[in-house]
Design a protein around this ligand. Structure first.
Ligand code: NAI
Length: 473
């Protein structure tokens, strides 16, 4: 038998793009993406998709209504499916045992229970969410404890390696697809789906636990590179070395390679997975290993706090009553996702210090920005946030009349703004803090900006700003 019907539980950043690409590449397979959220499904069926991802609109438009469907009718989708992806969220626990570190598996468990309740025929159940090692065992236990006579389940692990902002390309040209499992027939069925567009040699099969751990290991090692270069950026700032030059010199060593050596303000979507790895190591009584990976997270936190402290310090040690523009709110460019975005940390710190903020991001909705900044873990007074934060339509209106600009996301459009015009509209002295190292610092210095960035000492602006009567500090 070959797979004719796929159901995906979870229409998020992973489920949506992954299943759109599967539908596009496998016209002979019906793909149904389901979610508990009525709003999210309505958005997937509308002109404005719930997530922004380059090329995603084109792929969805090509297949939606043909062999790609988005629905809240979870029951029918599970009943019809030969294979079910579990692509639900696995956030960090915010309560109880493992709070702040362990992955919260309640959504994965909920998904497994739904399948157990509804299924009437054999299913291949594929764990796509990022989970702790041996989570497949829990899914299996739930399915078999609630088993109906004659229904067989095969559980596979098939972690997703796509990165937001490049999801469609990552899916189309995956370095590898990883499938972990014990049943060779089920593995073969999933291989056949990917073989529609991924060469067989790039499809790796392993045991279930290796597959689960490989996803955590890959994210941990990527984050480790970022933390390593970020740690060196602090050394650069203290010595006069330039972290971009160091990264280039180091990255040209073929044993090291150049990718993921870009120092920045810190923060990424890796945090929850590494926290999860640390927690697993602690539970396995491997405290040295846990401490090793914890340091990768600590360095990320250090980088964010170091950068924000620098902003406050440069602004004469007080931002109280100052108006500051934040350019970018998403955690990286080409996505509207703000989860774990360093911009939230920067905004919180500046608000706590008494600043007022103008925020602009090309893809993050105003409602999302307020949702993030009024979250109980971020602020005590949502009314105060609403009074002191303004979300702007573009970079020019966001920066007008401000004392300083903080670049929090590396959006391409921020590289080509008319900074002379921006400088003229700002309070003087005008400051710019490039947290992503994307701007032409020499040009900015020529315009008169005071410029600070990561991993590099910069000279004072030339020509020095002229003192006139209407100068404000
Ligand atoms: P998300 O939060 O965007 O989407 C998850 C969706 O699952 C939500 O819409 C939620 O309503 C839905 N859901 C929860 N329980 C459900 C249930 N029982 N039935 C149906 N729908 C249900 O999460 P995202 O970003 O797509 O992540 C999913 C998983 O993939 C996570 O484990 C994540 O760690 C992993 N991952 C995420 C990547 C990313 O770049 N976002 C990359 C690789 C893996």
């Amino acid at each position: 038998m070959s797979i004719k019907n796929i159901c995906c539980l979870g229409a998020g950043y992973v489920g949506g793009p992954t299943c759109s690409v599967i539908a596009w590449k496998c016209p002979d397979i019906k793909v149904t993406v389901v979610d508990l959220s009525v709003e999210r499904i309505a958005q997937w069926n509308s002109e404005k998709l719930p997530i922004y991802e380059p090329l995603l609109d084109d792929v969805v438009k090509e297949c939606r209504g043909k062999n790609l469907f988005f629905t809240n009718d979870i029951k029918t989708a599970i009943l019809e499916a030969d294979l079910i992806f579990i692509s639900v969220n696995t956030p960090t626990k915010t309560f109880g045992n493992g709070k702040g570190r362990a992955a919260d598996l309640k959504y994965v468990e909920g998904a497994a229970r739904m399948i157990a309740d509804i299924a009437q025929s054999d299913k291949i159940v594929v764990e796509k969410s990022t989970v702790p090692v041996r989570a497949a065992e829990s899914i299996q236990n739930i399915l078999y404890a609630n088993n109906k006579p004659g229904v067989t389940y095969h559980i596979l692990s098939n972690p997703e390696f796509l990165a937001e902002g490049t999801a469609i390309n990552d899916l189309l040209y995956a370095d590898r697809v990883l499938i972990g499992g014990e049943n060779s027939g089920a593995i073969e069925q999933l291989c056949k789906i990917y073989e529609h567009w991924i060469p067989r040699k790039n499809i790796l099969t392993t045991n279930t636990w290796s597959s689960e751990l490989s996803k955590l290991a890959a994210n941990a090692m990527l984050a480790q590179r970022v933390s390593s270069i970020n740690s060196l950026s602090a050394v650069c700032e203290a010595t006069g070395a330039d972290v971009s030059e160091v990264a280039r010199a180091v990255g040209l060593d073929s044993r090291i390679g150049s990718k993921f050596l870009q120092a920045s303000i810190g923060g990424s979507c890796f945090q929850k997975d590494i926290l999860n790895l640390v927690y697993i190591c602690e539970c396995l009584n491997l405290p040295e290993v846990a401490a090793y990976w914890q340091q990768v997270i600590d360095m990320n936190e250090y980088q964010k706090s170091r950068f924000t402290a620098k902003v406050v310090q440069a602004l004469f040690n007080t931002v109280s009553g100052k108006n500051i523009a934040l350019l970018g709110f998403a955690f990286k460019k080409n996505t509207g996702d703000t989860r774990e975005s360093p911009a939230i940390y920067v905004a919180k710190t500046l608000l706590d210090e008494g600043a007022t903020l103008n925020i602009y991001d090309p893809k993050v909705e105003e409602s999302q920005i307020f949702k993030d900044l009024t979250h109980p873990s971020i602020c005590e007074s949502p009314e105060q946030v609403r009074k002191t934060v303004k979300v702007c339509e573009d970079a020019y209106s966001a920066t007008k009349g401000t004392h300083a600009i903080v670049v929090c996301t590396e959006w391409d459009e921020f590289m080509v703004l008319d900074y002379k015009k921006i400088y003229d509209g700002m309070m003087k002295p005008a400051f710019i803090f490039d947290g992503r190292k994307i701007l032409d610092h020499e040009k900015l210095l020529e315009y008169g900006f005071h410029v600070q960035t990561i991993g590099k000492q910069l000279r004072k602006p030339t020509p020095p700003p002229r003192m006139t009567n209407n100068h404000h500090v």
